[in-house]
Design a protein around this ligand. Structure first.
Ligand code: HEC
Length: 238
């Protein structure tokens, strides 16, 4: 199982724990008569809140590792995901602190709970939700957006190497085939198939991956034709 898939399953349990905690809170605070006892609802809310917090810590650990390795090469979606997650963690920490130590602010706690849950939902959607959507709904991402006139541009190996260091090396090894964040790109154009999508290993399919990536790789829409040709020269040399 890939790390992304594992994280996504953890994220589903995380979100479910959040849903149950919110339902218990609504049941406790709502005025309608209820069959379940207050003590049970309170325990359930606390228990689910605990599971939610622990899973948040575990998933954050994976994410911090990812950010440390990838650095500035994060996709726009990943940046949004990280900022929202930080907001979520801050509100959750304040909520727990109030419940434990500053009971005079207790009236703010339900609102904070709803904010935490809403943020959790958005944070989930921008990562695991996106991952599931792409794997389930997109069979082939051959967006025919790449119209390169190959003959016009001659790639320069050194420029390609610099580009690779700048934009790709955070996630891909160039000297081995093992995974970093994405697959190692050694021999990438000497094989028959590309490692993730299984498409024929040719430069057109790599360009497609750069313009419209398969899963969690960021897109590089701003690469010029000359830069793509330079990258090609470098990838061919691996
Ligand atoms: C933030 C991490 C990240 C960056 C930066 C990145 N990639 Fe990727 N790349 C991935 C991941 C993850 C995959 C696996 C498939 C996917 O998620 O799209 C991948 C897959 C690939 C593949 C295999 C595609 C296939 O069809 O099997 C190629 C080729 C590739 N990347 C080239 C590049 C190049 C060239 C750059 C730099 C311009 C780059 N990547 C930058 C993460 C990254």
């Amino acid at each position: 199982m890939s790390l992304f898939l594992f994280k996504s399953f953890l994220a589903i349990i995380f979100l479910l724990a959040g849903v149950i905690a919110v339902i218990c809170m609504f049941a406790l605070m709502g005025k309608t008569k209820r069959k379940i006892s207050d003590t049970f609802l309170r325990r359930m809310h606390k228990g689910m809140g605990f599971v939610f917090t622990i899973l948040l810590l575990v998933i954050s650990y994976f994410c911090i590792n990812h950010v440390a390795q990838v650095g500035d090469q994060l996709s726009g979606r990943a940046v949004m995901h990280s900022v929202l997650s930080l907001g979520l963690i801050i509100v959750l920490v304040i909520k727990i602190t109030i419940v434990q130590f500053y009971k005079q602010f207790l009236r703010f706690v339900p609102t904070m709970g709803i904010i935490v849950f809403s943020l959790a939902f958005v944070v989930f959607s921008t990562s695991a939700g996106y991952y599931f959507l792409r794997t389930l709904c997109v069979k082939d991402t051959t967006g025919e957006t790449v119209t390169l006139s190959e003959a016009k541009f001659e790639g320069k190996l050194e420029k390609g190497a610099l580009l690779f260091n700048d934009k790709c090396s955070g996630c891909h090894f160039s000297d081995k085939e093992e995974n970093k964040i994405g697959p190692g790109l050694k021999n990438i154009l000497k094989k028959t198939k590309l490692p993730s999508t299984g498409k024929p290993a040719n430069i057109k399919n790599i360009w497609k991956q750069l313009k419209n990536p398969f899963l969690s790789m960021p897109a590089f829409p701003s690469l010029s034709e000359q830069e793509l040709a330079d990258l090609q020269a470098y990838l061919e040399s691996l």
